[in-house]
Design a binder for this molecule. Structure first.
Ligand code: GAL
Length: 726
């Protein structure tokens, strides 16, 4: 070997050795270590199917500019595998594209594979077909469930590997999650729950994730190597089960979700910042805003009674625009946390009580001279404190941060952001409506199916539609006394939920519906019957399937026995056992009216039918100029479904107004989801997001199916616009 060869070999060896080899993502009790650097990680939930690929780049850019390091998302099994073995990774479900965009935006990813995800998502993320696999029991030590779960988790992990999306492979994923909040279920079901937890821990830990760790949330006794984490409004007092794992706050709720019939919760910028700052003051090393961008439950994707909007008072609004002053105030806090980071990750705090509810936490690093001071006041009144011979005025319910121990850089209760008003401004789009009225089906009609007795709804629909028709004929003899007396008979219909429209001889005689708290309903009302055959048609609708609750796969929906008619000569007649005719969905579904199909004769002009039940409406329109987000004002409508160019936009239900206690809201004191409620007496949701990317410049087709008789003439298209007050 001559000298040159030796020299070249040495240079190659040296450069190989000094190339920054990508290491596993590791951690200690002070934080995650990524590529050799320990960090406090600031994260935000952005669920990819709750916005559109067209919106993703802007949302991710705003998240990065707002100071996030990490995007947290669930993986939505029912969106990815709508039919067993038939996968969908397109459009809003293009997970790989979303993760690559996050990476390009300079963000890491916390991938919550679940596949149980809760998340106010239909059926908690499980495909409805899963319920019908023989022997199936969800989220327990059940063979069919474990087989299905493992198959899906492996599928996702394989895709991530193939696309090199784990951080040590050069991708953005720095942590995974298996299951979701399993602790409470385990408490509930005991031994099979423990066995299942042990199984999923080993199953997940055995997968090749390029040494990216697994997290579980709200599962206090999680076996290693799972890192357990806290979810809540505040988590400063959380202590991880294993002392050598970082203190994680996987869901810091930025408010709460809205259901049809409930008010809209808000959480102040001050209190959200307070929760973050308290967590960091107490040595937290990862926190995640749930939700940073809540977005939209498009079409029928939302869970039980959930509104189409999933705005959640996130830092970005439903449309992806900064929700001020929250966005800016927290972006400022993030900067200060980063300044304080070197001290926090390398030391334990010295804690001094300065009063009953006032504390000082000093993080002082042994090397590098880093020092950070937190002064907190958890009282509901301002406090004067003295620390290090200096006097401080601490606002009520606040934390002051001194990232160098000297200068106060931030106080959670002092909001300096100017607040632009986000408004809904009308566009000059006018809708010219055409209508098509459909009538309740009759026994023996096309697409109906007759059988004895009353059947559970989802067994019939498999959730392919919200709607199931139950139709039966009732014979009334001419010698019935109630006919002679001119009286009514009482029709009684009980239902497991969620909503019911009752038609007698083709006429709507009433509606009934449950609530999120109790989805069941009963209809009991006098109805006019005639001598001879009477047609009773019951339109039962589910409004999303539940996403949480022990063994929710066993819950029932729709009408159940006994359906009775009382006030007859014979007394009460039980209709439950007689022949019923069923039809899944509306006639218009079979005729593809959601696309605006001309398979029926639509009526227009002076022939337009409106304010009438079971009516389809369509109109074409041109896209308004500009690129501001668009939203439909459906305040004049009752209940139903909306499509644009065949894409399912929403379940609308503005006629379901918010019931609850709205009132004064102070930022001080513990927040809860019932604290700062808005919209009481108003529709729980009036505005429905129409993504720009679903529109063509002209000839867009808007279709609305209306159950109750709302007025389409009141529908308007608006822009979501930011305006600064003068
Ligand atoms: C948590 C759950 C989330 C979401 C949240 C409420 O318990 O993990 O998925 O459902 O509650 O919005």
């Amino acid at each position: 070997m001559n000298f040159v060869v030796v020299f070249v070999a040495a240079v190659v060896l040296f450069s190989l050795a000094s190339a920054p080899a990508r290491a596993a993502v590791t951690y200690d009790d002070k934080g995650f270590i990524i590529n050799g650097h320990k960090k406090i990680l600031i994260s935000g939930s952005i669920h990819y199917p709750r916005s559109t690929p067209g919106m993703w780049p802007d949302i991710l850019k705003r998240a990065k500019e707002g100071g996030l390091d990490v995007i947290q998302t669930y993986v939505f099994w029912n969106g990815h595998e709508p039919f067993p073995g038939k996968f969908n990774f397109e459009g809003r479900y293009d997970l790989v594209k979303f993760l690559k965009l996050a990476h390009q935006a300079g963000l890491y990813v916390h991938l919550r594979i679940g596949p149980y995800i809760c998340g106010e998502w239909n059926y908690g993320g499980f495909p409805v077909w899963l319920r019908y696999v023989p022997g199936m029991e969800f989220r327990t030590d059940n063979k069919p469930f474990k087989v299905a779960m493992q198959r899906f988790v492996e599928k996702i992990v394989n895709i991530m590997n193939l696309e090199k999306l784990f951080e040590p492979q050069g991708g953005p994923i720095i942590m995974n999650q298996i299951e979701n909040e399993y602790g409470p279920v385990q408490w509930d079901i005991g031994a099979p729950g423990k066995a299942y937890a042990k199984w999923f821990t080993q199953m997940a830990a055995g997968l090749n994730t390029a040494h990216v760790p697994w997290i579980v949330c709200k599962q206090e006794d999680a076996p290693p190597p799972m890192i357990d984490a806290c979810n809540g409004f505040y988590c400063e007092n959380f202590k991880p089960h294993h002392p050598h794992t970082p203190k994680m706050f996987t869901e810091l709720w930025t408010a709460w979700f809205t259901a049809y019939g409930t008010p809209v919760p808000r959480r102040s910028a001050e209190d959200t910042a307070f929760s973050v700052a308290r967590f960091i003051q107490y040595g937290g090393s990862y926190f995640n805003y749930y939700m940073y961008h809540g977005g939209t439950n498009f079409g029928r994707t939302g869970a039980l009674f959930l509104t189409t909007s999933y705005e959640y008072d996130g830092l970005l609004d439903e449309y992806g625009l900064p929700n001020e002053p929250k966005y800016w105030h927290l972006a400022e806090l993030h900067k200060v946390i980063k300044q304080a980071e070197p001290a926090i990750i390398s030391s334990y705090p010295t804690v001094t009580w300065l009063g009953k509810s006032q504390q000082a936490h000093v993080y002082s690093a042994k090397t590098g001279g880093h020092c950070a001071l937190f002064l907190s006041n958890t009282d509901q009144f301002p406090a004067k404190v003295t620390f290090w011979n200096k006097q401080y005025e601490l606002p009520a319910w606040s934390v002051s941060i001194f990232p160098d121990c000297k200068t106060e850089a931030f106080n959670t209760a002092r909001v300096k952001a100017t607040t632009p008003l986000l408004r809904m401004v009308p566009t000059n789009t006018w809708f010219t409506w055409q209508s098509y009225v459909e009538y309740p089906p009759s026994v023996g009609d096309k697409d109906t199916h007759a059988t004895d007795g009353i059947w559970e709804q989802v067994i019939m629909t498999r959730d392919a539609s919200d709607y199931l028709w139950y139709t039966t004929d009732v014979f009334i003899a001419s010698n019935e006394k109630f006919l002679k007396d001119g009286k009514e008979t009482v029709l009684y219909v009980p239902s497991g939920g969620h909503e019911l429209c009752v038609f007698v001889n083709g006429q709507l005689v009433g509606t009934a519906y449950g609530t999120l708290a109790d989805p069941r309903l009963t209809f009991s009302k006098g109805v006019k019957l005639k001598a001879g055959v009477n047609k009773i048609s019951l339109l039962s609708a589910t409004v999303g399937l539940p996403n949480v609750g022990t063994h929710y796969e066993q819950w029932n929906y729709g009408i159940h026995a006994p359906v009775t008619l009382s006030g007859l000569n014979e007394g009460t007649r039980d209709l439950s056992k007689q022949k019923w005719s069923y039809r899944v969905g509306m006639k218009g579904d079979y005729l593809h009216l959601n696309t605006g199909s001309n398979s029926v004769a639509w009526a227009g002009g002076s022939h337009l039918t409106y304010k009438y039940p079971l009516t389809w409406y369509k109109s074409t329109f041109n896209a308004p100029d500009g690129n501001e987000p668009l939203t439909l004002d459906l305040g004049s409508m009752g209940k139903g479904l909306v499509w644009i160019n065949g894409e399912a936009v929403a379940r609308h239900w503005p006629a379901n107004t918010a019931r609850g206690k709205c009132g004064k809201c102070t930022y001080t004191g513990f927040y809860s989801e019932t604290k700062c409620l808005t919209q009481c007496g108003q529709p729980s949701q009036r505005w429905y997001h129409v993504p720009r990317s679903w529109l063509k410049p002209s000839g867009n087709v808007l279709v609305v199916f209306e159950e109750w008789g709302g007025d389409p003439k009141g529908i308007k298209l608006n822009r979501r616009t930011k305006q600064y007050a003068n």
